[in-house]
Design a binder for this molecule. Structure first.
Ligand code: ADP
Ligand code: MG
Length: 294
């Protein structure tokens, strides 16, 4: 029903990065609110791929795309559902860290999203907190297919070096084009992301620091042991993260296998965290229920 970009009124900038600028917008005629990602400079091959992937998405755990507008002078605008509570990086900044129950829930939903993508031969390649969106009911939606790829079987894994270094799996830094499984790269990134949400900071740096503050980051990812979960986490949780953060990709668990890990099985039985509303005026009290008190 939104016919062109001029039907939309820009309300606020939600985020901007390499890919473009994302606005919260309102459809003037219907007053419905959407998110609009504006990519400047027109369609590169990668932008075409992002659009192609968005067109194929139809899952509760991936962001929905309603329309794509290409303007004469090259801007491309992607109209998406607006995911009210925003991305997990922003939410994590507000709340500090998440409880294990909530992380288990996020893990389960993200795995379902990845399972969907992988079943369609799509590798995301940039899983990290800022690319996971949540609704006020804590439904998780994977977003940002800006560096994603539809695997056709003919590619060489040496083109695997894309995404965000900080969340990239070790084999991508040192494989020199040797064969590896791109899908398992998404698993590493998810493991690191979930650990970050739980401990409240990027795992390869000290609390309060950013990934960019560690100049030896790539060396550490490749040469050191993977980061260790804190002692207060449950055995299932620690084991789950260990299965994701296997440096040797041949030992890393697939998404499908992780979906039946005990940590995920118990998250499915425990409804807490889903169906709870956040992002309202009373969100502080609800959010404080959800986050850990460490
Ligand atoms: P980039 O390629 O620039 O990283 P993203 O698609 O990841 O672009 O969007 C950037 C940021 O904008 C996200 O991290 C998130 O905070 C916000 N954002 C993106 N899409 C939506 C959406 N559909 N609903 C709400 N916020 C969004
Ligand atoms: Mg992004």
């Amino acid at each position: 029903e939104v016919e062109c970009v001029s039907d939309l009124e820009k309300l606020q900038i939600l985020g901007s990065g390499n890919g473009g600028t994302v606005y919260r917008v309102r459809h003037k005629q219907s007053s419905k609110v959407y998110a609009l990602k504006v990519i400047r400079g027109g369609a590169t091959d990668q932008v075409r791929q992002e659009i192609e992937i968005l067109r194929r998405m139809d899952s509760p755990n991936t962001v929905r795309c309603h329309a794509i507008f290409e303007e004469a002078f090259g801007d491309i605008s992607i109209l998406m559902e607006y995911v009210e509570a925003g991305s997990l990086d922003v939410l994590a900044k507000k709340v500090g860290s998440f409880s294990e129950t909530l992380v288990a829930n996020i893990a389960y939903q993200s795995l379902k999203g990845l399972d969907y993508l992988h079943s369609k031969s799509i590798v995301h390649r940039d899983i990290k907190p800022s690319n996971l969106l949540v609704t006020r009911e804590m439904k998780v939606k994977i977003a940002d297919f800006g560096v994603s790829k539809i695997i056709t079987g003919s590619e060489n894994s040496c083109n695997g070096f894309v995404g965000t270094c900080a969340y990239m799996s070790p084999e991508k830094f040192n494989s020199h084009g040797k064969d590896f499984d791109l899908f398992l790269g998404d698993v590493w990134s998810l493991g690191l992301t979930l650990m970050e949400l739980y401990i409240g900071h990027y795992p390869y740096v000290k609390p309060g620091q950013k990934a960019a503050d560690n100049p030896a980051l790539m060396w550490e990812i490749c040469l050191e042991e993977p980061p260790c979960m804190p002692k207060d986490a449950s055995e299932d949780f620690k084991d789950f993260i260990e299965c994701c953060l296997q440096k040797d990709w041949t030992k890393r668990w697939t998404v499908e296998k992780l979906l039946s890990h005990p940590f995920i099985i118990s998250a499915r039985q425990n409804d807490f965290g889903i169906g709870r509303t956040i992002g309202t005026k009373t969100d502080n009290s609800v959010l404080s229920d959800l986050v850990s008190v460490r």
